[in-house]
Design a protein around this ligand. Sequence first.
Ligand SMILES: NC(=O)c1ccc[n+]([C@@H]2O[C@H](COP(=O)([O-])OP(=O)(O)OC[C@H]3O[C@@H](n4cnc5c(N)ncnc54)[C@H](OP(=O)(O)O)[C@@H]3O)[C@@H](O)[C@H]2O)c1
Length: 257
Amino acid sequence: MTVGFVGAGNMARAMSLGWGDPILCTDAGSGRAAALAAEVGGSAVATNAELAAGSDLIVLAHKPALLGRVADEVTAGLTSRTSRTRAIVSVLAGATLADLQSAYPHVPVLRIEPNTLVQLRRGVLLMATPRPETDRALVAEIVELFERLGTVVTVREEQFSAASSVSGVGPAYWALLVEAQMDAAVRHGLTPEVAGRLITATMAGTAELLRQDDFDTLAARRAVTSPGGVTARGLAALERAGIRSAFNDAMDATVDD
Ligand SMILES: NC(=O)c1ccc[n+]([C@@H]2O[C@H](COP(=O)([O-])OP(=O)(O)OC[C@H]3O[C@@H](n4cnc5c(N)ncnc54)[C@H](OP(=O)(O)O)[C@@H]3O)[C@@H](O)[C@H]2O)c1
């Protein structure tokens, strides 16, 4: 599938680096499309109509506010006799399937929200449950393509905001937690490098353990917590500091319901 990105900013770059295949792309005049094509292979094309005419799959990676204007430009290419576009995937934050389908009434449209880890092929990609009329074989083909960038999790559209408040913001939250633990470790004599290695390796192993054990967090904690021992004292200090209410507050601050 030739993928055409409308927009050549941060998200288009992260996704195309993750795929590692030649792409088509456009920008609004900054020159980022040419730079991206030079970096990942493929070409920057002059207009969104030209992009639409040459892409099997179009990925909307411009700012959400431009949906209508870009749709007019893309549609000029979709209606050309040579167009081979089979579907449009939007990564635009906040643009619903209804918004997208009304901007692109004649092409199947999917809504996917990747996080920035797609660049490492370790992303989390939320996909809104496709509309029932969307061809299932086409959806399966697109999901397979996006699974090359990480884990694709399908959620109902009304759950999108809560899901995004977990995975979209996640890299920043985990970076903050690692930073806090690193600072504490440095205060007790470890170098940032040693602390960073210890913390990230422990995170990765714990993530794998939780995945294997159906996310049984209690079992994972009990396995390393002896009654009255060091881990119990550390966990109690974290609870006293309000770690659970901090996550609840962060969720309340980000979920749009
Ligand atoms: N960044 C994230 O972590 C993230 C995560 C999930 C979803 N998203 C979504 O991804 C989308 C892009 O975000 P971003 O962070 O990549 O933004 P960005 O870095 O600002 O990139 C936006 C790109 O869109 C281009 N553009 C604007 N108008 C255009 C037009 N008419 N035709 C073609 N290209 C046009 C811009 O061109 P110029 O370079 O010429 O300005 C730029 O290359 C947003 O809708 C956002 O909601 C982002």
